[in-house]
Design a protein around this ligand. Structure first.
Ligand code: PGA
Length: 251
């Protein structure tokens, strides 16, 4: 059966990359994507903001998309050190990750803040990738589905549609740890997310739901084969072109 949702493989470089190595990495990814000639999946890389302009230029014509890792909620003003969605767009981004668990933890971002950032993404013409996920304590307390529901309801703005929303499920305990949920656990979480979305988004069935947390070349096949998984948000493995392309190939 043909997939109705085009898989998205997104690389989140986090705070990694200086110009020379980053351009080489982006160049290798671009070359691999160009050679593969995929039209049935999308490949996105989200480098640090300092590299956006250069990388957007380096991947031009390859089909690789470029995104930011965070944005501020307002257009401009007295917010030292922050970057607006409009600035990301101006630098060549088409997407922006909002509400990553590292930002929720490191910067105290609440669901309301994440929602405002998703709205800012729309205002600037960017596709927000809204991240949600439970901590280990929450999972062990049997609260995973409740936590996901609360985060979704708080973080997805009114007016969302599949054409302007991507959701990433990233269990906090699976990020950067080499641990992943079982495929049954991923399936249960994604099915629940889609159920909750059906109360928030008119075409919830068409919204892409990414899985993130220790995705690598060797486990991408089985994770991406789970019914409601429409792609991956990849941290560590996105810093190696071969690994990242292997994940894209598995989609
Ligand atoms: P990881 O990170 O692939 O290194 O676990 C995923 C993420 O934080 O998006």
């Amino acid at each position: 059966m043909a997939r109705s949702r085009r898989p998205l493989i997104a690389g989140n470089w986090k705070m990694n990359g200086l110009t020379a190595d980053a351009l080489a990495l982006a160049g290798s990814v671009a070359e691999g994507v160009k050679q593969a000639g995929w039209t049935d999946r999308e490949v996105l890389i989200c480098p640090p903001a300092t590299l956006l302009v250069g990388i957007a230029e380096a991947v031009k014509g390859s089909g690789v998309l470029v995104g930011g890792q965070n944005c501020h909620a307002v257009v401009s003003g007295a917010h030292t050190g922050d970057i607006s969605a409009e600035m990301l767009r101006d630098a060549g981004a088409s997407h922006v990750i909002v509400g990553h668990s590292e930002r929720r933890t490191d910067c105290g971002e609440t669901d309301a803040v994440v929602r405002a950032k998703a709205e800012a993404a729309w205002r600037a013409g960017l596709m927000p990738v809204v991240c949600i996920g439970e901590t280990l304590t929450e999972r062990e307390a049997g609260r995973t589905l409740t936590v996901l529901e609360t985060q979704l309801k708080g973080s997805v703005p009114a007016g969302a549609t599949a054409a302007r929303l991507v959701v990433a499920y990233e269990p906090v305990w699976a990020i950067g740890t080499g641990k992943t949920p079982t495929t049954a656990e991923v399936a249960a979480a994604h099915a629940h997310i889609r159920r909750v979305l059906s109360g928030l988004v008119p075409d919830a069935n068409a919204v892409r739901l990414l899985y993130g947390g220790s995705v690598k070349g060797s486990n991408a096949g089985e994770l991406l084969a789970v019914g409601d998984v429409d792609g991956a948000l990849v941290g560590g493995a996105s810093l190696k072109a071969d690994e990242f392309l292997a994940i894209a190939k598995a989609a």
